[in-house]
Design a protein around this ligand. Structure first.
Ligand SMILES: *[C@@H]1O[C@H](CO)[C@@H](O)[C@H](O)[C@H]1NC(C)=O
Ligand SMILES: *[C@@H]1O[C@H](CO)[C@@H](O)[C@H](O)[C@H]1NC(C)=O
Length: 359
């Protein structure tokens, strides 16, 4: 009797432990095999650190002050970027490493890397000014990544990983800021912003099709942010003595570009069998933060936490003034969102990406 009772209790305990382990696995099991990221500084987690000539590098404090270890990593913000937060929500990993990091482990390769480069754009001319890796070159990096992945897991498994990977693309802002609004190097080629938008979108289409040809199937492509509300743009157009306000015309252009992108993506998807290509809206979530800052705990949306938030020459370096509460600022420097903003953006990005999961 006593023995069978004991056995019963042991079986009960084993079942309890087993089911709690199963529950834990269900909660932490990766929702996709890997994450692959392409674009500009909005998603560059440190590739530019390894480019000798790149003009934009966030490899110094105060960038990264709110990362574990408080160390600058190359991310243009005080903490994680929204692509890192999304990777974490997908239970893939906490930080998505830059592909150019020389000591990447096999595990990091298998679960995905980042090919983005700060100062990049869909227009190859954008990198003449920044020495970043143009978006058009990032598929070449993906090719060498795939070669390495095949070496680790074999050809078949490697293609399963690429086919199932969540792909995030985020670029475009630099094309308009550098070539169109502030330095105006493309004005002669494209006198109307609408024509320049079409040119940028043609390049975007070529890029997405190239990713598909290499095996990517589940993609989210970000639209433009409210460019006219970036602190750097506000400063560029601010008249002396006037209060800081968003540049309406630049926001209007961004809305038009985003509308075109939202039409283009389903057309690309329809032309690529087995693909799922979604639009990721960053414009509306960011406009909501600007219109209703208190809802997000923001006290300041028009200057950056680091630096004066001002003009083109205003840099966020170790000498720059830093706000005391980073979470009260929508922007960390004069261009890039703060961790608080990225945390909110990751929420909306994730709801888009979750539609890719069962595709
Ligand atoms: C790899 O290099 C990075 C950047 O230099 C460093 O932070 C990290 O600790 C290194 N990781 C390993 C496993 O050596
Ligand atoms: C910093 O700001 C955030 C967001 O407004 C707020 O929740 C937090 O309490 C603030 N922290 C301090 C130390 O004041």
């Amino acid at each position: 009797m006593a023995t069978s009772k004991t056995i019963g209790a042991i079986i009960f305990l084993i079942t309890l432990v087993a089911s709690s382990i199963a529950a834990k696995n269900a909660k932490t099991k990766p929702l996709a095999p890997a994450i692959l990221i392409f674009g500009d500084s909005s998603v560059d987690t440190g590739n530019n650190n390894y480019l000798a000539d790149a003009n934009f590098k966030a490899n110094h404090i105060p960038y990264g002050v709110d990362l574990p270890g408080k160390a600058a990593s190359g991310r243009f913000s005080n903490g994680k970027l929204y692509c890192d937060i999304v990777a974490s929500k997908l239970h893939i990993k906490e930080l998505v490493p830059p592909f150019l990091q020389p000591n990447l482990s096999d595990t990091e390769i298998i679960t995905g890397v980042n090919f983005a480069s700060a100062g990049s754009g869909f227009d190859d001319q954008t990198v003449i000014l920044t020495n970043a890796i143009p978006v058009s070159h990032q598929p070449t990096m993906l090719k060498s990544y795939i070669t390495r992945l095949k070496g680790i897991v074999g050809e078949k498994k490697a293609m399963e990983i690429i086919n199932g990977a969540i792909v995030m693309v985020s670029a475009g802002t630099n094309d308009f800021i550098l070539n169109y609004y502030d330095l105006r190097t493309r004005i002669e080629d494209y006198p109307k912003v609408s024509d320049y938008q079409n040119f940028v979108l043609e390049n975007l289409e070529k890029f997405v099709k190239e990713l598909y040809s290499l095996g990517c199937r589940k993609m989210s492509v970000g639209g433009l942010s409210p460019i006219g509300c970036l602190p750097i743009q506000i400063s560029a157009k601010q008249s002396i003595g006037m209060s800081r306000r968003c540049i309406k015309s630049e926001n209007k252009d961004a809305v038009l570009y985003n509308r075109k992108l939202q039409k283009l993506l389903p057309a690309i998807e329809a032309s690529l069998p087995g693909s799922k290509i979604l639009y990721a809206n960053v414009y509306d979530p960011m406009m909501d933060m600007i219109k209703h800052p208190a809802r997000y705990g923001f006290k300041e949306t028009k200057t950056g936490c680091c630096g004066s938030g001002g003009g083109l020459s205003d840099t966020c370096d170790s000498q720059a003034k830093l706000c005391s509460n980073h979470s009260e600022y929508m922007f960390f420097d004069s261009i890039h969102p703060s961790l608080a903003t990225y945390t909110h953006l990751a929420g909306s990005a994730y709801s888009t990406l979750s539609k890719l999961l069962d595709a």
